[in-house]
Design a protein. Structure first.
Length: 278
């Protein structure tokens, strides 16, 4: 199948690079565009066989599967522009969480899906989140599942857990990167270790920890149990974390969901405006 990608920002670029490097999509079958076309130059230099199209309409003319990788509030205007030229046998895939597949289906007459990737997919690892529309054919469901299997572990989710699932899979790397950086900063402030050495040790630790979990050697609880020897140093550190972390992650999920519902309201207003003016 020909795959089109509209928008070559961070996540659009990650999909392009991951699909090509995993050999899920041949560069010659990949068609991309961006509002600022000059931002596609680097990708064209990197993968000469892919095709740069001038606009979204040109992508729809040649692609079977069209990934929309733009900001949530820009999607509705784009869909209304593309709706008259989309064919029933094509598939639109949104990568944004505030927009439901049902909303997209209300505008376009074709197969619809949502795929929320993670930055970890760039290493052909981690998880991606899939949701299929009611009219999404079994062929496209199978194709998209196989496509994301090349770069991740695809997990099918319901709308009601979209935000929290995205917090864990998509936002999680940033959250835990921040925590690890603070871990390093504190180590440097409180001891004589250099930032360079602390970063090297912490980075190696987190990679090794991931491999223990990936290989099924330990679960998260058993990993903690094995390291946290009774009466030892690790246990004293855990006590501090229990006391000081408190409800931090609860507050984090409250704040991300607050922003999520704000985005949903803004997106929904666009679709409701359409209904009121038909």
């Amino acid at each position: 199948m020909n795959v089109g990608i509209i928008g070559t920002g961070n996540m659009g670029t990650i999909l392009i690079e991951s699909f090509i490097e995993s050999r899920a999509v041949a560069p010659s079958s990949l068609y991309i565009t961006n509002r600022t076309l000059s931002k596609t130059d680097k990708l064209k230099n990197q993968y000469p066989e892919l095709t740069i199209e001038k606009c979204a309409e040109d992508i729809v003319a040649v692609a079977d599967v069209v990934f929309i990788c733009i900001k949530p509030l820009d999607i509705y205007p784009l869909l209304t522009k593309l709706a008259p030229i989309l064919r029933p046998n094509q598939c639109i895939v949104s990568i944004t969480s505030p927009l439901s597949v049902r909303q997209i289906e209300s505008v376009v007459n074709c197969n619809v899906a949502r795929a929320i990737p993670s930055i970890t997919n760039r290493a052909l690892s981690g998880v991606s989140l899939l949701t299929f529309g009611e009219n999404c054919s079994s062929e496209y469901q199978e194709y998209l599942s196989e496509l994301f299997q090349h770069i991740s572990i695809p997990v099918l989710i319901e709308d009601k857990v979209t935000r929290v699932a995205s917090d864990i899979v998509s936002c999680g790397p940033a959250f835990f990167s921040y925590l690890l950086q603070q871990f390093i900063i504190s180590a440097v402030e409180e001891t004589e270790i250099s930032k360079e050495q602390a970063t090297e040790l912490a980075s190696g630790m987190i990679v090794g920890m991931g491999k223990l979990i990936d290989k099924g050697i330990f679960t998260l609880p058993t990993l903690q149990e094995k390291v946290c020897v009774k009466g030892g140093v690790t246990g004293e550190g855990i006590k501090v974390m229990e006391q000081e972390l408190g409800e931090m992650f609860n507050h984090l999920f409250h704040k991300t969901h607050e922003k999520y519902y704000e985005d949903i309201r803004e997106v929904t207003e666009q679709f409701d405006y359409k209904k009121d003016h038909i």
